[in-house]
Design a protein around this ligand. Structure first.
Ligand SMILES: [Zn+2]
Length: 114
């Protein structure tokens, strides 16, 4: 019984991670800023409910604090300094620092939280 439950949970998490990737890619294609933010907040709700991780490449496209979709030059600022990329949200002034390396970034599937 427990095994079946675990398998079902795994399946729902797979579907949830697929949905997050879809929502964030739809947000990227969308022109309306309000709709973009709505897609981001839906993706984060799915993430929270099913305990799924957002892929690293997609994680920097939205602001974790105010849940807005970040467009460099429009509502966020990106600066390179001392081996780190600083992404500043201009809506809530939150910073996110991501170290950059010479290796190309891998685009991974959304991972499950164990
Ligand atoms: Zn923000």
């Amino acid at each position: 019984m427990a095994k079946r439950f675990a398998r079902r949970k795994e399946r729902t998490q797979d579907i949830a991670s697929e949905r997050i990737v879809t929502l964030l890619s739809v947000a990227e294609a969308e022109k309306d800023m309000q709709l973009r933010d709505r897609y981001v907040s839906l993706a984060l709700q799915v993430k929270q409910k099913y305990k799924v991780r957002v892929p690293t490449a997609l994680r920097e496209r939205y602001c974790k604090q105010c849940r807005t979709y970040l467009v460099p030059g429009v509502n966020c600022r990106v600066r390179l300094k001392q081996g780190k990329r600083t992404i500043a949200c201009l809506t809530c002034r939150r910073f996110r620092r991501v170290p950059y390396s010479k290796r190309p970034a891998k685009v991974l599937k959304a991972r499950r939280v164990r």
